[in-house]
Design a protein around this ligand. Structure first.
Ligand code: AMP
Length: 222
């Protein structure tokens, strides 16, 4: 079977990470989430983590040279022949063109690459991000939509949950501005290639996942 690469797009809070987690539970695919790799570096207080945190806490994109280092480390270790899901990369045109070059060099012919857009209004983004709790293991919870079983504790690993420094209203506004500035052209590329699958993100987690699975099946990706 040919290798599959899915690239998830969606504004912050659209539930990309949650949908990717559900997909990984159903398959043996690999995930690349730059945001989560960066949060690991911040937790370890590494040099990269300290540098990245300066940008993340202000809702800005981390400079490309840092992202490239993280990406190269990941690609060397993890990729192999498994299918791959990208969450949070690419985020601008430079990253998209780097990614396409990298994929063209390293993938076998026949690899299927699709972009998945999870759409959500700005109003809903703001509502969702206030009340979101994260864990360093990658799990995400929400006080209203997806509360943890024990308040403040991760269901998955038992660690203490935290509110992301970039989930504050002013920072959310910056992140949304960057997202809207960059995303149109990135999505156009995949739309023109006939490789864009759009999912309505303003539904329950289970319904979004149901739609995602049905679209993947329709396109013979599952
Ligand atoms: P996320 O977990 O995808 O919402 O990412 C959280 C933060 O990590 C973003 O707001 C950026 O500061 C940083 N980040 C994640 N992915 C990238 C990327 N591809 N390029 C630059 N910065 C990124």
């Amino acid at each position: 079977m040919n290798k599959i690469i899915l690239i998830f797009f969606g504004p912050p809070g659209s539930g990309k990470g949650t949908q990717v987690e559900l997909l990984l539970q159903k398959t043996n695919w690999h995930e690349l989430s730059i945001g989560s790799l960066l949060r690991h570096e911040i937790e370890k207080a590494s040099k990269v983590g300290k540098l990245a945190n300066k940008y993340i806490k202000d809702g800005k994109l981390v400079p490309d040279e840092v992202i490239k280092k993280i990406l190269e480390k990941f690609l060397k270790k993890e990729v192999g022949t498994k299918n791959l899901v990208l969450d949070g990369y690419p985020r601008d045109q430079q990253q998209q063109s780097d990614l396409i070059k990298m994929l063209l060099k390293s993938i076998k012919s026949g690899t299927q690459i699709y972009a998945i857009e999870i759409s959500l209004s700005d109003k809903e983004v703001k509502e969702r991000l206030c009340g979101r709790y994260a864990c360093y293991c990658g799990e995400v919870f929400h006080l209203k939509y997806n509360p943890p079983k024990k308040p403040g504790i991760c269901d998955n690993c038992g660690k203490k949950l935290f509110i992301r420094t970039d989930d504050k209203p002013k920072i959310i506004a910056t992140r949304l501005k960057i997202y809207h500035k960059e995303i149109g052209l990135l999505l156009d590329y995949w739309r023109k290639a006939g490789k864009l699958i759009k999912i309505n993100g303003e539904q329950s987690i289970n319904k979004v996942f149901k739609d995602l699975v049905s679209q993947l099946k329709k396109n013979k990706l599952l």
